[in-house]
Design a protein around this ligand. Structure first.
Ligand SMILES: *[C@@H]1O[C@H](CO)[C@@H](O)[C@H](O)[C@H]1NC(C)=O
Ligand SMILES: *[C@@H]1O[C@H](CO)[C@@H](O)[C@H](O)[C@H]1NC(C)=O
Ligand SMILES: *[C@@H]1O[C@H](CO)[C@@H](O)[C@H](O)[C@H]1NC(C)=O
Ligand SMILES: *[C@@H]1O[C@H](CO)[C@@H](O)[C@H](O)[C@H]1NC(C)=O
Ligand SMILES: *[C@@H]1O[C@H](CO)[C@@H](O)[C@H](O)[C@H]1NC(C)=O
Ligand SMILES: *[C@@H]1O[C@H](CO)[C@@H](O)[C@H](O)[C@H]1NC(C)=O
Ligand SMILES: *[C@@H]1O[C@H](CO)[C@@H](O)[C@H](O)[C@H]1NC(C)=O
Length: 411
């Protein structure tokens, strides 16, 4: 009989490994492929025989065939090998194992992780060996690896523990905040930055959302922005930019006439924008009603009377002027009040036929003013007026309105 071929697996330490000390040089060139062919044929026939045995009617026919072929093969091989006195292991027929000589063949003693007649088949340990639940088994040639899932580290068998990816300071890139999570990590951006394409923190251009005051210029900065009031405005640039009124000396004159407009009352109110603030003064053509009424000799040269100075250049102010037509002819009286508190009473000559209809008049003129209005361009010079109210009514009652108009834009 010819060779018996071992199919079992052994480890290197298996004592069956016994190197043959009697290597015969003459047979070193025995064709290894030929040997394998022979073995494979035998194996094939064995398998055929197994199948055939299931089919009763063919058992005999096949058995005969197998026996015949077996004998033919065996004979040739045995003959050839026995003729040549083969050294079976000389060509190292075992891929991943040790060859052991036998009288009529050889054994392959496989190294761990390999199996097959010639130890040519990798054992898929992953089918039998259990890795850690958070690990994947990776079958490799002759072995296997339990690899912890991404985000975990450990031997893959006993342990797979979370990796703190944030220990790598560069993992999230610049301007970011790394947060470790179980099995992963999360990158978010510091204030003023946002995730651009899922990984990088890019600067937010805050200026696109117009965060500054209308009269300020916005400058985008890394992670931030700045606001600067435009020229001639001052303020923090975010919540306020007030016109930087320099007090340029501009002046307005409020001259009030009589209700019918046929005559002028001697009212002359002047408003100056000065560096120290706004000045309001009046020029009266007569010192006061009492004097004129008594002397009946009022002078016409104007005398200036300051009502208030140093008013804030940036805010709205309010002035109220009443003309009271007095019963004695040729002299009347003006009352002034600025911002509800600065008052002055002056004389006035109301040269009219005001008694034509036999009434005493009260003549009210109220207005708001400031030298520059923050809602307008700073380069605009002069005063702005708003909320002008004009009314004439019978002095016996302000309910008895003779004439009235007003324009109102705001409170
Ligand atoms: C399995 O391990 C080998 C060797 O380390 C490696 O090259 C291969 O990528 C691994 N396969 C998988 C699916 O992890
Ligand atoms: C990751 O960060 C984003 C913001 O960048 C946040 O919306 C999300 O909830 C975070 N996820 C976790 C798991 O922390
Ligand atoms: C994300 O954006 C950065 C810079 O804007 C760029 O360098 C990087 O290639 C981008 N990554 C992807 C995945 O698009
Ligand atoms: C932006 O700048 C302002 C003013 O300098 C500062 O108060 C604020 O903390 C900055 N914000 C950030 C996110 O740096
Ligand atoms: C504001 O006006 C003052 C003069 O009243 C001037 O000295 C100052 O430079 C001005 N400031 C700006 C920002 O224009
Ligand atoms: C009116 O003017 C005269 C002349 O200037 C002055 O003597 C008098 O005191 C004044 N009377 C009142 C009430 O102001
Ligand atoms: C003007 O007259 C009105 C109505 O009589 C009165 O309410 C107001 O206080 C007067 N103003 C001044 C400055 O006298």
């Amino acid at each position: 009989m010819a060779g018996r071929f071992g199919l079992r697996r052994f480890t290197w330490s298996n004592p069956m490994y016994l190197p043959d000390p009697h290597l015969d040089e003459e047979y070193e060139d025995v064709d290894r492929e030929k040997q394998r062919k022979i073995v494979k044929k035998r194996k094939a026939f064995n398998i055929k025989a197994m199948f055939a045995s299931l089919i009763v009617l063919q058992i005999l026919v096949l058995a005969v065939t197998i026996v015949l072929l077996w004998k033919a093969l065996d004979t040739s091989v045995a003959t050839k090998l026995s003729e040549s006195g083969a050294n079976w292991c000389a060509d190292e027929p075992c891929d991943h194992g040790v060859c052991l000589e036998a009288v009529d063949g050889f054994y392959c003693v496989c190294r761990g992780g390999w199996e097959g007649e010639f130890c040519e088949t990798d054992v898929n340990e992953c089918k039998t060996i259990g890795c850690h639940p958070l690990a994947t088994c990776n079958n490799t040639a002759g072995s296997y690896i339990c690899e912890c899932h991404e985000g975990y580290e450990g031997d893959g068998i006993e342990a797979c523990t979370d990796v703190d990816e944030c220990e790598d300071e560069d993992i999230c890139g610049p301007n970011s905040i790394c947060t470790n999570t179980i099995g992963s990590y999360n990158c978010s951006c510091i204030e003023g930055y946002r995730l651009s394409n899922g990984t990088e923190c890019e600067d937010i251009n805050e200026c696109l959302t117009s965060p500054c005051h209308d009269f300020a210029d916005c400058t985008n900065l890394p992670g931030n922005y700045s606001c600067a009031c435009k020229a001639q405005y001052r303020g923090d640039g975010k919540v306020s930019c007030k016109a930087n009124s320099s007090g340029d000396g501009s002046k307005i004159l409020v001259a009030a006439g009589n209700p019918t407009g046929t005559d002028r009352a001697s009212n002359n109110l002047e408003v100056y924008s000065l560096p120290g603030g706004i000045t309001v003064r009046t020029a009266e053509s007569a010192p006061n009603y009492t004097y004129c009424a008594q002397s009946k000799n009022c002078k016409w040269d104007a005398n200036y009377h300051s009502i208030v100075t140093g008013l804030d250049l940036q805010t709205w102010h309010h002035v109220e002027m009443n003309l009271t037509a007095m019963p004695i002819d040729y002299m009347d009286q003006w009352q002034y009040r600025v911002d509800g508190m600065h008052t002055f009473t002056g004389g006035a000559y109301f040269q009219t036929a005001r008694y034509d209809n036999g009434w005493n008049y009260e003549y009210v003129n109220r207005l708001k003013f400031q030298p520059r209005h923050a809602n307008f361009d700073a380069s605009f010079q002069g005063f702005f007026f708003d909320d002008i109210h004009y009314g004439v009514f019978d002095s016996t009652s302000s309910e008895n309105v003779i004439e009235e108009y007003c324009v109102s834009f705001e409170e």
